[in-house]
Design a protein around this ligand. Structure first.
Ligand code: SF4
Length: 350
């Protein structure tokens, strides 16, 4: 049972477990070693927001090979970074990445405090705490979704989220040590992702089993989540216009959803409403199928329409892109799915 008195033993137990079981990840240093390069820590933390470790790894490798330093990333054209980010989602992260790299390169290095890091574009409270602890060894209370779950269980906090966040933070603060606070944060993340998992916590293998208030009382019910709101469903259309083995692609407006990304033309759908249904040019459009895709605040049902042999006249600004190199266009996931549907429909007709 966790009490304020037993909290004192938790860091040592968890760090001993971490010394043996830490995940080897390309942005980490080994347990007990000097902190990892702040650039790699920052880049990984931005990529990991809303995205899994498995999905992030190939992107992290590609970014650090192409842009091995923050200065190199700061000097990269924004379109190249957006294209390299394609498929990771939440594209405002990539725009902020370029802005923050510029700020860091300009000031000659990363700020080394939570407050300083927090001032960088795209760096919120959690990310600032994580970088301060992991890259600079500062004591910081790092609470991501994994840590939230472990702490809610350790202290048996059964107030529904998000109301429980203050108590969870207080619990996390109580158990965060002054020394090795970066390793401690990473150990909590590893415990949450490997042992104290959402549906099937493996309490028998947990180094904190003796400290855990929820262990004997169905820990998988914690943290209690507020009922999810149903997301609105928007209807839209995307247009695949093809001529002589090339497809017409446009660049989305810099601000707003998927801003600055290459995309298929569409009918103006958004989080706020359906599209107009008006195609960019008149013609004998054929339906290729429907893509259903979930964004943070809504679901889009995107009908994909195809048109062969369109002339350029009447098309707004864009470019003809070779269909056989469509994978290199850096399309965001929604439009990459739409492209696959259009290509499958085209192949059925050949
Ligand atoms: S004992 Fe079980 S519920 Fe408690 S922290 Fe460990 S894995 Fe999670």
């Amino acid at each position: 049972m966790t009490t304020r008195e037993t909290c004192a033993q938790i860091p040592a137990r968890l760090l001993a477990w971490y010394d043996e079981h830490a995940r080897a990840l390309p942005w980490r240093s080994a347990p007990g070693e000097p902190p990892a390069d702040p650039y790699r820590v920052w880049l990984s933390e931005i990529m990991l927001q809303q995205t899994t470790v498995a999905a992030v790894k190939p992107y992290f490798d590609a970014f650090t090979t192409r842009w091995p330093t923050v200065e190199a990333l700061a000097a990269a054209p924004q379109e190249d970074v957006m294209a390299a980010w394609a498929g990771l989602g939440y594209y405002s992260r990539a725009r902020n990445l370029v802005k923050a790299a510029g700020v860091v390169a300009e000031r000659g290095g990363f700020p080394d405090t939570e407050e300083g890091l927090r001032a960088l574009p795209g760096v919120g409270a959690y990310t600032a705490a994580a970088i301060a602890a992991i890259a600079f060894g500062r004591r910081a209370v790092v609470v991501d979704a994994n840590v939230e779950r472990v702490v809610a269980r350790l202290f048996a906090i059964d107030t529904p989220l998000p109301g429980a966040r203050a108590a969870i933070r207080e619990g996390a603060d109580l158990i965060t040590p002054d020394e090795r606070s970066g390793d401690f944060a990473q150990a909590m993340m590893d415990l949450g992702s490997r042992i104290c998992t959402p549906r099937a916590p493996n309490c028998d293998a947990c180094p904190l089993a003796g400290d855990c208030a929820a262990r004997e009382h169905d820990p998988e019910r914690l943290p209690v989540k507020a009922a999810k709101k149903t997301k609105p469903v928007r209807q839209g259309r995307a247009y695949w216009i093809e001529r002589e083995g090339a497809v017409w692609l446009v660049r989305r407006a810099p601000q707003g959803m998927l801003g600055g990304m290459r995309a298929l033309p569409d009918d103006g759908w958004s989080a706020a409403g359906d599209g107009s249904g008006d195609p960019p040019v008149d013609g004998a459009w054929e339906e290729a199928g429907v893509v259903r895709h979930t964004f943070t605040h809504f679901v889009i049902e995107l009908t994909v329409l195809r048109l062969e042999s369109a002339q350029e006249s009447g098309l707004a600004q864009g470019e003809w892109w070779p269909v056989e190199r469509i994978d290199e266009a850096g399309l965001p996931t929604l439009f990459a799915k739409a492209a696959r549907l259009a290509i499958a429909a085209r192949e059925r007709l050949l």
